[in-house]
Design a protein around this ligand. Structure first.
Ligand SMILES: C[S@@+](CC[C@H](N)C(=O)[O-])C[C@H]1O[C@@H](n2cnc3c(N)ncnc32)[C@H](O)[C@@H]1O
Length: 225
């Protein structure tokens, strides 16, 4: 097998360890050093696109829609959100690790068609959780894919994101009818209950990892009613 080449490393804030970008032929991987595993691989991105298609379906054709994407990763979710959003819409992308933004400005950015270059995009460098502290209705859709599911993986601090308090804070940043969409590598009925307790109307959709094939992933769709 052709060995992979290390293109870059980054420290994850809050002692989250080391994030690595590697390339093998045309495929890129962002993973955590050691046994913790892979966050994202460019070869398999069907469910990251589905996250935006399902989470933004209700804003199609809407003027001035506001979308929040957390985090950037390889930009597939961001690119798919831009595809659905109208020309007058804005998409904020929150990314914790500065190097991930730099990597997307280099060769990695080609994977999703360089969505950061779209003038509807605004980058928030920092923890996406900071944007939920305002508790003011600002977004029509919040698309969350910062871990491999509703538990802290990139950094343990992300565990707080999935608590009832945090889900309620996210709900307050949504306009009425707005949707929180969350990507997960597994289906956890307890998380559906958690979203319901935070007063969302919830659906859990199964999507395939790659072109209708591969692993089954879950997209939680939580609508503010
Ligand atoms: C699985 S990747 C996202 C993949 C992305 N959906 C795509 O289409 O390529 C997770 C990303 O979230 C970032 N991240 C992790 N925790 C975060 C947080 N609390 N706030 C913002 N970004 C975060 C990671 O650095 C990484 O870039």
């Amino acid at each position: 097998m052709i060995p992979s080449t290390l293109l870059g490393t980054a420290s994850i804030p809050n002692n989250g360890g080391e994030l690595r970008l590697t390339q093998r032929e045309n495929d890129f991987s962002i993973h955590l050093k050691g046994v913790r595993g892979e966050l994202m691989n460019s070869r398999v991105h069907g469910s990251e696109i589905a996250l935006a298609e399902l989470g933004c379906a209700h804003i199609q054709g809407k003027d001035d829609a506001m979308v929040l994407v957390g985090g950037l990763g390889m930009g597939f979710t961001l690119a798919a959100a831009l595809k659905t959003a109208s020309i007058t819409s804005q998409v904020v992308v929150a990314e914790l690790v500065p190097e991930v933004i730099e990597w997307n400005k280099g060769p990695l950015g080609e994977c999703a068609g360089r969505p950061l270059a779209d003038n509807r995009v605004r980058v928030h460098l920092g923890d996406v959780a900071e944007l939920f502290k305002t508790k003011q209705a600002a977004y029509d859709a919040v698309l969350l894919d910062v871990d491999n599911g509703p538990e802290g993986f990139t950094q343990t601090g992300n565990n707080n994101l999935y608590s009832i308090e945090s889900l309620q804070a996210i709900r307050e940043t949504l306009h009425p009818g707005g949707v929180l969409a969350l990507w997960s590598a597994w289906h956890d009925p307890k998380f559906t209950l958690q979203l319901k307790k935070a007063r969302f109307k919830v659906e859990a959709k199964t999507v395939r990892a790659h072109k209708g094939k591969g692993s089954r992933h879950t997209i939680y769709l939580a609508r503010k009613i």
